[in-house]
Design a protein around this ligand. Structure first.
Ligand code: 5CA
Length: 442
């Protein structure tokens, strides 16, 4: 891909309307474009990052045995009237009428619709557990959409739902998601901490928010620093191992604002480990038993009796994560961004110095590009006639983690290679390819 042919509309300066760094950067390097308040188009650079995040989220859902479906964005109001949430949801719900005057809505979440799908097909406890997820746009008419795609009105969410016979089975399902979330965020190079949280309009009494620390976060959190040391790498997908993991986390006081109790915090956390700070909620899991299955009559046969299924729901803000990663990784003062290679829009930028009558550096770049392609490394060549330092600055901002610079200092087969935030090394193309491949496989 040549930069001159790409659709990456870079702005000269930081847009003044953006208050936080992720919003500024996403507008500045042309990842998104606002189409109306709280509603955005995703341009190639932003869309590539979001799709890579989505892929990781999907792989980790599949790994714990969740089955993917796709429900529509537009739902009928009937099922929401059955659950009793049609009125309760209030003004955040976008209500629409179709040409037959039927009341429809743009789904803010899918508990009702998935319960309706479940109840029409699953009849026996022998088919349980059922774990279903989809990745789909949601709409919430937020009172104050802000910070770009961090709190917007239309956003991309992974939402999963579990159906079990007993509370005990349902906790097993809950814990599978608990583990899969830790693994998902780790693959995104984020340290997300599960915190006991309020359940809001989703309901239920067991809930964890997964929070990454960031000054610009909207969630106030109170935690014991030792929670950062908990290690889930040896946890297995079986009841006791997952229970152990939850216990290891729950040993440490760690809550969001709504659950905060000063006395309890000070009693259970020695002062040197106390941390009260801000964070970004990137995921939220809920257990709510029969809150939806009862009013919607979702039952299974068990020993000749009809039992209401026990349900939970599990969300990840896929589009919010794009901004959250920037908040965690962007070194604003140096105007350097570094995407984790797992989600970077390109693996490597090839930055040649180009002069009017000499195409040799561009020829060299093309050869490097073709070679990297054979190694499954996705590169972009900056074929513009900007000077080399302007190009490097531009790519520092875009955040592609590796740069190959082809300028005056290029000697023989040795190329100037650097990680966006690192020192320049002189390496041959094989060494460069193997360094990038190694990072990709981690
Ligand atoms: N049905 C449940 C779980 S599937 C649910 O909707 N949970 S939620 O309300 O907590 O949303 C799940 C995730 O979506 C949040 O953790 C957050 O990361 C993301 N999210 C929620 N509201 C917005 C918004 N207005 N803009 C961007 N992302 C959002």
């Amino acid at each position: 891909m040549y930069f001159s042919k790409s659709f990456i509309p870079i702005l000269k300066n930081n847009p003044t309307e953006a208050k936080i760094k992720s919003h500024q950067l996403m507008l500045r390097v042309g990842m998104i474009k606002q189409s109306s308040a709280g509603i955005y188009s995703w341009l190639p650079l932003g869309f590539k990052v979001m799709k890579k995040i989505e892929r990781i989220v999907r792989e980790e859902q599949d790994r714990v045995g969740v089955q993917e479906i796709l429900m529509p964005t537009i739902q009928s109001s009937e099922i929401w009237k059955e659950s009793g949430r049609y009125e309760d949801y209030g003004e955040e719900m976008l209500r629409i009428k179709d040409r037959q005057d039927r009341e429809m809505l743009y789904g803010p979440t899918n508990e009702e619709l998935v319960t309706e799908i479940f109840r029409s097909s699953i009849k026996s406890y022998k088919s349980l557990p059922q774990l279903l997820y989809h990745i789909q746009w949601k709409f919430r008419d937020e009172l104050r959409p802000r910070f770009g795609i961090m709190r917007c009105r239309e956003f991309y969410m992974k939402d999963a739902y579990s159906f079990d016979l007993t509370d005990d089975d349902a906790f097993f399902s809950y814990n599978k998601f608990f583990l899969s979330y830790l693994k998902t965020f780790k693959r995104l190079n984020l340290s997300a901490i599960p915190m006991a949280a309020d359940t809001g309009p989703i309901g239920g009494n067991l809930s964890h928010e997964f929070i990454i620390l960031a000054d610009t976060g909207e969630s106030k959190i109170y935690t014991d620093k030792r929670i950062f040391e908990v290690d889930s790498s040896s946890t297995m997908i079986e009841k006791s191992s997952l229970n152990d993991l939850r216990n290891q986390y729950e040993k440490f006081y760690s809550v969001t604002d709504e659950k905060f109790n000063k006395e309890e915090f000070e009693k259970s956390v020695p002062s040197e480990f106390r941390l009260s700070t801000k964070g970004i909620e990137v995921g939220h899991i809920f257990y709510f038993g029969d809150k939806y299955s009862k009013p919607m009559n979702a039952t299974v046969d068990f020993n000749g009796k009809k039992e209401f299924v026990k349900m939970g729901s599990y969300g990840i803000g896929v589009s919010r994560l794009v901004g959250a990663i920037i908040e965690a990784k962007y070194n604003y003062n140096d105007e350097i961004m570094k995407w984790p290679i797992s989600v970077s829009p390109f693996d490597c930028a090839i930055i040649p110095m180009i002069s009017k009558n000499d195409s040799s550096n561009l020829d060299k770049s093309n050869k490097i590009f073709e070679y990297l392609k054979t190694k499954n490394i996705d590169a972009i060549i900056d074929d513009t006639d900007e000077n080399i330092s302007a190009k490097i600055k531009k790519f520092n901002l875009i955040g592609i983690p590796y740069q190959i610079i082809i300028g005056n200092k290029t000697e023989g087969s040795l190329l100037e290679f650097k990680e966006v935030d690192g020192e320049t090394q002189k390496l041959n193309i094989d060494e460069i390819a193997s360094q990038i491949s190694k990072a990709k496989s981690n």
